[in-house]
Design a protein around this ligand. Sequence first.
Ligand SMILES: Cc1cc2nc3c(=O)[nH]c(=O)nc-3n(C[C@H](O)[C@H](O)[C@H](O)COP(=O)(O)OP(=O)(O)OC[C@H]3O[C@@H](n4cnc5c(N)ncnc54)[C@H](O)[C@@H]3O)c2cc1C
Length: 499
Amino acid sequence: MMPYNLLVTCLAVYHVYSSPAYGQKVVIVGGGVSGLAAAQHLCKEGVCNITVLEAEDRIGGRLYTDRFHDEVIERGAQWMHGIRGNPVYWIVSRNYDVVLDEWGVISGTSKLSSGRKSHPATDKLLTASQELYGEFYKNLSTIANPDLLKDKILMHEMRKAWERKLVSLNNTIDKDITDAVFYYTMTKWSLETGERALNVSILALLHYRYLVGGDITIPQGYSVFLDILQKSIPKSAIKVDREVTKIVWQKSKSDDRLGDATNKSVDSQVKVEFVNREGDKESIFADHVIVTVSVGVLKRYHRNMFLPELPKQKVRAVNNMELGVVNKIFMYYEIKFWNDTDFPMRLLWDALNASKFTDDARWYRDIDLVEIHSENMLRVWANAHVSREVLDLSNAEIGRRITEIFRIFMRDEVIPFPDDVFVTRWHKNKHFLGSYSYIAPGLTKFKKRIAAKPLSVDGIPKVLFAGEAMHLNRYATIDGAYRTGIREARRILKLYSKQ
Ligand SMILES: Cc1cc2nc3c(=O)[nH]c(=O)nc-3n(C[C@H](O)[C@H](O)[C@H](O)COP(=O)(O)OP(=O)(O)OC[C@H]3O[C@@H](n4cnc5c(N)ncnc54)[C@H](O)[C@@H]3O)c2cc1C
């Protein structure tokens, strides 16, 4: 009998060489979750002639587990959102411990802090505001053609629903308080989208699919998922510090009609040009290229990146997509000042506490959620405007300003400044330009499909598009990114399995 190990090796080799796609060269632009998912899936199915070109000096992209004062911190993705139907959860939990994190559950006002904290009316209104989403969603989901609502702004529609709700409650409470509760409720959206609800489409409520099971973290750090993905990719296939500058996907031999996607006179391979870590230009040819860069990067650089340029309809669709900005601020204290019951704290800004800030400090309203990260560290979420406006300041200044907020909300003038501060600045890095995508006004599923459609030559998809933003209903998540990588890998594999 053949020894088991030998049998496994023979089967693997047979699988690789018998695959009709073996020998096809695939280049993947970007070594984030979607790029690695595509690479590992292709390789598992026998297409191991792959190169992943990653511009940063590390893989993982917006999944970035790091350390700060010896603690694991997630600079980017933190949770696996949902269990049922979440492939990432199943892959990770088979190999590592995972923990249910109940950060989003607001049980009473103990988790809130504001000038009106103990006002019983605020409690009642908060409960009503929580119900608002469910009711609003229920109404929306009965609409036959939701795309007709594409230009409706989430903030405006929710505001109208809130006013109706207040009437139905026979509300007599001050506008100051009802407004504060409403804006507090809307901050959920600046965390979910990285943008104020004023710039988010009402379709955001319908497009995104929630998965049952809550939000799950991995104590060892989310990067264990990268370790799992990498296992099936040859080490030599992943090249970091390689910034792709040009993708020549259709080359005219006879004339200069480079923009004409119908021109049949083409070289069959795609040329990918990049700059290596020494700053030298290099190029590589491939049968297929999977582009996984963030939609922010795609929007900013597509004109120079693709030759010929992207088709106009695709450009319009991509330009309608938006990347939100969410950043995290980690505040380290040698001696902690808080009690464990003080946090998590979500900040309900009413006129009383807002008035303690000058107008030029309006950024504070987008500081939303403060959590205990570890024994001596707090984690603060800075969304949308605050990220854009304030994070140019030094880390120490940001720490000082956030301490001002703590002092007001916790009514304690002697809360100390942190001993050290770490701030992510995703929107400043030219390889990301933001945090995750959201549904902007005007963006329909139809347009998203066009944005994600491959560039084909003679009916063969040559340049394919993956990445979180290219998923119809799990965009903005790790599993959405993962699914698009697998989707595009399968698209390539399907081409050859037909032959
Ligand atoms: C602060 C923050 C919190 C988040 N929280 C969560 C969360 O809790 N749960 C969750 O599910 N998701 C979360 N996300 C979203 C999640 O991280 C992303 O959806 C996911 O990581 C995107 O993966 P991707 O492969 O699509 O893109 P990316 O990770 O952006 O990968 C694309 C890669 O392309 C590279 N690149 C760019 N330009 C070039 C070029 N010219 N040449 C070569 N390479 C290039 C980039 O460096 C990058 O590595 C969060 C993100 C952020 C920033």
